[in-house]
Design a protein around this ligand. Structure first.
Ligand SMILES: [Zn+2]
Length: 64
């Protein structure tokens, strides 16, 4: 059984909500190559770079 919203203080709700939002934000990082938001330990979907080198060749790069 959950706690009824009427028995939960505004401060408690907001504190929990803040902790949750920080948790979800931790799942993202900025790409060092193109500075787009990407998932950590993943190849960047924007530029295809990972650990300073191109892992996935983009269509633009292949045409050159
Ligand atoms: Zn990138």
């Amino acid at each position: 059984m959950g706690v009824a919203p009427s028995k939960r203080s505004k401060a408690r709700t907001r504190r929990k909500r803040t902790a949750w939002s920080k948790l979800t934000a931790a799942g993202t990082m900025e790409c060092p190559q193109c500075h787009e938001v990407k998932l950590p330990h993943r190849v960047c979907p924007s530029c295809g770079y990972y650990k300073g080198r191109e892992v996935v060749a983009k269509k633009v790069a292949a045409a050159e």
